[in-house]
Write a protein that binds this ligand. Sequence first.
Ligand code: AMP
Length: 380
Amino acid sequence: MTKQYIEQGKTIGIIGGGQLGQMMALSAKYGGMKVIVLDPTPHCPAGQVADDQIVAPYADVKAIEELARRSDVLTYEFENVDLKALEDVADKVSVPQGTNLLYTTKNRIREKTFLRDKAGMKTAPFRAVKSQADLDAAIKDLGYPCVLKTCEGGYDGHGQLVLHSAEDLKNPEVAKIIEFGDDILEGWVNFKLECSVMVARNADGQVAVFPVSENIHWNEILHESIVPARISDKTAQLAKDDAVKIAHAINLRGILGVEMFVTEDGDIYINELAPRPHNSGHYSIEACNFSQFDVHDRAICNWPLPKIKLLSPVVMVNVLGQHVAGARKLTQEKPNWHFHDYGKAEIRHNRKMGHITILTDDVNKTLKEIDDTNVWRDKH
Ligand code: AMP
């Protein structure tokens, strides 16, 4: 039987037109693919580089059907895709990623249960919380500090609260999260650093795994990624092995971001899965032989996957709304920095507007160089 794959020149349909879709589209265009994006904002970041954009809400079933009709393979750049709509078009177009990964990762309890019970991973201890009584019982079990999170819809620190003592229960945010009705309480993981690994897998079960990125967050939003992560070779290998195990356990197609906590002893706890390219993998565009976007596109088209090599140590720093003016000036001062700007029309505080990738021989020197620009200092 001949192998099923999507040939060059065919069309990739992307649901969502933000920066992840943009970089997916750019990579696809290098390979001669056609790209159509579905996004409600005209001239959205991905729409600016795609062959065409369908301007409609993400949940517009007719628009998803049109995208399916005009594409050979369908993918997405964010997790809040309408699962039913995706299932409904699966007879019209190849949807290699299916819906199981999205279904599992959409909900923190389902995700953690999968990670612990099916993939054999360590996670923070957790309890389902649907009421104040559940919360009281869960705190008794897990103790302080602990983290209360909504099961769905949270991102970049929204919909979650760290509880240090009973005093924190008076915070009105607690009642708001409880009101949501479907929450999780997680025990505290005393981690030394946060890391992530991007992993991709194709329909033939081949995997490609990226080097471990060390991630520094400011206010729960990624600030910098440092690759290779400053952990032992043994821990880095464990992190990559875990990502590959998860990819097989979930029968992954396409790329997955695996966010991890690493403890002082080198133990790895899986925090979250991102069923798509991830901000912490942007470094791979310049620092690896293939980027996370190249590999995602290959995987969904069922092309063979390359062995990923890190070509140089690297630091990636995010450009949020409050950093844009300063970062734009740096284009005139830093000839060796790679400046990415997603082309978003509106600049807002904490909105991801772009990122900068810096290949380096000396990570500490580069971190200091970033700090010395004053563009990021105190601008959280
Ligand atoms: P999340 O939305 O789950 O990625 O959480 C956002 C951030 O909160 C993480 O990147 C960690 O810095 C912190 N965090 C979340 N859950 C825990 C936990 N169980 N233990 C310690 N820190 C946590």
